[in-house]
Design a protein. Sequence first.
Length: 608
Amino acid sequence: MFFRYICGKQKNMYNQLDHTTNLLDLFEQSTDLFKNNKFLGYKSKTTGEFEWSTYGDIRKRTDNFRGGMAGISIKAGDTVGIIANNRPEWPIAAFATYGLKARFVPMYRSEILKVWRYIIEDSEIKFLLVATKEIFEQIKSIQSEIPTLKHIYCIECEGEFSMAALEQAGAEKPVASQAPAPSDIAALIYTSGTTNDPKGVLLTHSNFRSNALGGYHLYPVLTDKSVSLSILPWAHSYGQTAELYNWFQFGGAIGIMESAETLADDLLKVQPTFLLSVPRVFNKIYDGIFAKMKETGGVKEKLFNMTVSAAKKRRENKSDFMNNLKFKLGDKLVFSKIREKLGGKLEGSLTASALMNPEVAAFFGDVGLPIYDCYGLSETSPAVTMNAPGANRPGSVGKPIERVEIKIDFSKVDDKEKGGEILVKGPNLMVGYNKKPEATNEILTVDGWLRTGDRGRIDNDGYLWITGRIKEQYKLENGKYVYPAALEEDIRLLPYVENAMVYGESKAFNVCVVVPDCAVLKKTAETLKLQTSVGKLIHSPIVQDFISNEIQKSLKSNYGSYEIPKKFIFAEEGFSIENGMLTPTLKLKRRKVIEKYQEQIDKLYKNT
């Protein structure tokens, strides 16, 4: 069963946490209530196995770290920063900060020094905790140029400026926590900066608290027996609210993924019951399953196809006795193996950041792993709408969570059939952007609504459907609108494609910059009987024509002919965080990609 109903005693236990109005009270009451529960699992560098800390362990270290920071004069109103991936020290630093009534600023470990410096200066960080000695040395080299930055400490270092030393100092001179007001700023979440400098989103304790609570109330599946594998960065509001803060509400466990490359192994070791994810994770798994079946062929492929077909008929209420028998057999021989590869205990997943492909979502639902789409922004803490068990409309992003309102504004759009701009109101709205009053006034209306910049429509039952992004949409020469993000997401589903960017503003047609999947190129070459090295395959006209045709064919059923790219650029270099074409949350920096390929793009139009 997907639902585990909570007995009356458990309900009362959880309900007392519902009344907490700031993150510190949530943390302290939760770590008292679930003191002996497993909380955070982190893979050992020596054994490769997950080692677990309890809620009580994390509470003790947090109290010690708070005392250590107080000992070097970190106090209410100060700003504390961290540069680290998800790890036990992350929430320790966060809740120690909240216990001093200070502000917390998380930064991505994968970010570049220039961005770190901008955020440190913009948020006026006084105390900075970093993951490694390498980062410590990088920041130390510029510390004298940043007047506010008084202290830098390191998690993986030893000696005077190590986190361990500060925890020890705090243990010797403990300092009681101070409860923040619900309206106090808890954190600055810096937006990914896809177009301009990152903006510091000012979020209060009440913002986070109301949002985590609203989401949790939709998911009775989550109990103190729930386990997550942490995939999403806590530096982003989605992972921070939906996973980290959410989990404190019911005392579940979180195993922290080592890296994207170890995901398959980590799933088997942690055995999650529920995942917070993004569509790309499931898209990759889906592509891998179908590619593997095609490669295997024979009886196994026929059995797989039979099972998929039988499941589809069941989903569409077209099943009969024989089809049910096929599904039962296929579920035992095929789908159960997929579930085992994902840890064997997974009951469902919540995804955001991009819309889940309906075909992919339906497949995993048939396997027995329902995927629920939700929608939000950093500026809304982040959840706005959410699908959930018992209230799920595939293709939509769900209904508003409790105490949140949405409406559609058509004043900035021409084609009303595509929907209007989504506006949001509720306790989840940010205070504003740090030191950016003009940008704040552009997004927050005088009557209390937030302009999302996203385009959508609301159906008769209150479900929200995303139809594009106001700022990213553009018109072709013929006046027709194009929403490139949707096209790109579907192109990435193809096994031959690692990434893609669609362009065509004010042009006669769309073009596409394609990053082929190098791991698949060899197999493509074998299919086409090409004797070319992998390094040169990308330049082969046969390979380029093949991939171009596959992209165009895949888009025909869902897009108008004017939307489908007519010409293609094949990129040798992938889009990455390191080369500045992706944000740390893997969103496309469209302007950066266009800048790099502008000359080649122009040639495609000149040669028409």
